[in-house]
Design a protein around this ligand. Sequence first.
Ligand code: URA
Length: 242
Amino acid sequence: MERLQKVIANSGYTSRRKAEALIQNGKVKVNGKTVYELGTKVSTGDMIEVDGNLLQKEEQKVYFLLYKPRGVVTTTQDDKNRKTVVDLIDTAVRIYPVGRLDYDTTGILLLTNDGQLANMLMHPKNNIDKVYIVKVNGLIGKEQIKRLQSGVVIEGRKTSKSQAKIKKYDKKTNTSIVELTIHEGRNHQVKKMFETLGYQVLKLKRERISFLTLSGLKSGAYRMLSPKEVKKLYNEVMQKKV
Ligand code: URA
């Protein structure tokens, strides 16, 4: 028997916090009956509906590492019929992306049906490195790098500490390349961080998530994670929790 909000979160439907809100708002049914109690225990035989959707039963966990190209949306389905990251992967299993890269952002993206790992990777408290290579207009100075590192206010809330390094200046085109490592995954976070400083992001690529890189992959290609890598990822999120 497990707590209802945990089962919902582990299915990958949403985060634990949002699952709790759904329960409290009367959006969750167990065996056809609406439950409001957060502590409700359920077992594998129970039928759980969230917002009218039947929760998928556990299946074999799969993990893909995709080199996302530009011009693809990071969702499972797009209402404008654009190509999605899931369309790029040949699998019968229902997978979803871990976090989001914008339509015009390229780079490393994980896709899985392991809701537990996905939620842990996305939670800022687990301090998972997400490393971005950012091309911006203008020449970034040391002062701006310091501000990025200590956190900037976007949408009324300060970003947590990050690491930032200037990789290259191009005086001719008046652009800079910055390597930025963040641990959160707020909406359009990198672009907004630079916008706050008065810079426009011209190109954005995510190069690394924790120890995982794009090594050996071409844009648009993917591979499965090895069991060893999955274990290592679990170790990373567990370790950094405490
Ligand atoms: N930050 C952004 O602004 N966009 C992305 O795609 C990823 C992080």
